[in-house]
Write a protein that binds this ligand. Structure first.
Ligand code: PMP
Length: 382
């Protein structure tokens, strides 16, 4: 049917499948923390399951978790969030799809800066929206310029999608650009979907910055969050969305009919995660920062490779333009010759065509080894 035809396979999954043909592969392909969920979180969820938390919950989520999450978010988001502003979802993915479905009439446009998380494309198409790409460049550090967004606005534009820190580049949108984008959004009466699932991985003592906190933006921004990355809980499939209560009511209305509610045991795990000492999570973030440094240093020293230092997330997105104009062939050959998985940048939109994405989600030892192998490989290409 049309829906199936419309959706293209993810380049990340394709590399993942290809890699299964090889042994002793080091995969910098998949974007998930290598850390397991901390034992106290799993233990607590297990005990709760045994105590009977095995039933449907309210579609919005368990009240206790909603309150804990509201308390967790309020210090960073203006302090006005109430239960009616927030709902739990099946991962950040569930929050994204629910948000798209709740805001688009067929043909409505959403401006999405490249490079982008590939799933957006399918999700928007499946929600009857039209994705309008905004270009970025390596020279600009892959952060979208407000002028580029303005150029893409038409009478059909409904929303702008932002993802900072970004997958695949690790870039963060500078403060002044967020200010200007907020002004554009208000001037043209638009909405923002702000995907902030990497909010806890922000490096160099910087602070995560959200467009939601600009004057007048809380009324028109849906913020997407997730337990997946920050709390090393990808498999529990738990995320959230918060924003103006009328929009959240819409997301809740549509989401109820395709997920009922997120898993009740996962919600108990989410509650346990929020109750862990902050240090547990800081440790994970520091580990990613250290790996970012390792990857940045190694890539900077490679012949024919240019790279920006990511401000956040756990990705790095070097340009290999001087070595090849076919990043897919590069990635396949790197896998074949060196058993290292990277993802070709073209899958993240045309602006990323010259790059490959590395996810620093393996141990420092494996990361260092993979980078040595990649350096050898690049040297041979020069
Ligand atoms: N947004 C971005 C930018 C992502 O990279 C991901 C996962 N790779 C998600 C959302 C969704 O993650 P999850 O559904 O596991 O919360």
């Amino acid at each position: 049917c049309r829906t199936v035809r419309q959706v293209e396979p993810s380049p990340i999954r394709e590399m993942f499948t290809k890699a299964t043909e090889y042994e002793n592969v080091i995969s910098l392909g998949i974007g998930e923390p290598d850390f397991h969920t901390p034992a106290p979180v799993s233990q607590s969820a297990l005990e709760d399951a045994l105590a009977g938390y095995t039933h449907y919950t309210a579609s919005q989520g368990q009240p206790e978790l909603l309150d804990a999450l509201t308390a967790y978010l309020n210090p960073n988001y203006g302090g006005e969030l109430k239960r009616e502003n927030i709902m739990l979802t099946v991962g950040g993915m569930g929050a994204l799809v629910g948000s798209f479905r709740a805001i688009f009439d067929p043909g409505d446009e959403i401006i999405v800066p490249e490079p982008y998380f590939p799933a957006y494309k399918a999700m928007i198409a499946l929600s009857d929206g039209v994705m309008v790409n905004a270009r970025t460049t390596f020279e600009d550090g892959f952060t979208v310029k407000p002028e580029e967004i303005e150029r893409r606005i038409t009478p059909k534009t409904k929303a702008i999608l932002l993802n900072s820190p970004n997958n695949p580049t690790g870039a963060m949108i500078p403060k002044e650009d967020l200010d200007q984008i907020a002004e554009l959004v208000k001037k043209h009466d638009l909405l923002v979907i702000s995907d902030e699932v990497y909010d806890r991985f922000v490096f160099d003592n910087q602070k995560h910055d959200s467009i939601y906190n600009r004057p007048g933006m809380a009324e028109r921004t849906l913020v997407i969050g997730s337990f997946s990355k920050a709390f090393a809980m990808t498999g529990w499939r738990l995320g959230w969305v918060f924003g103006p209560k009328e929009l959240i009511a819409g997301v809740l209305k549509v989401t109820t009919f395709y997920t009922s509610c997120p898993s009740s045991v996962s919600q108990r795990a989410g509650l346990a995660a929020l109750n862990q000492p902050e240090e547990t999570w800081l440790e994970i973030s520091r580990a990613f920062e250290k790996r970012r440094d390792i990857a940045y240093e190694a890539l900077s020293a490679m012949d024919g490779v240019k790279v920006h230092k990511p401000a956040g997330s756990f990705y790095i997105f070097p340009s290999i333009k001087e070595l090849t104009d076919d990043t897919l062939a590069f990635s396949l050959e790197l896998l074949d010759k060196k058993q290292v998985v990277v993802v070709p940048g073209s899958g993240f939109g045309p602006s990323g065509t010259d790059c490959v994405r590395l996810a620093c989600t393996v141990s420092e030892k494996d990361l260092t080894l993979a980078l040595e192998k990649m350096a050898d490989f690049c040297k041979a290409l020069k």
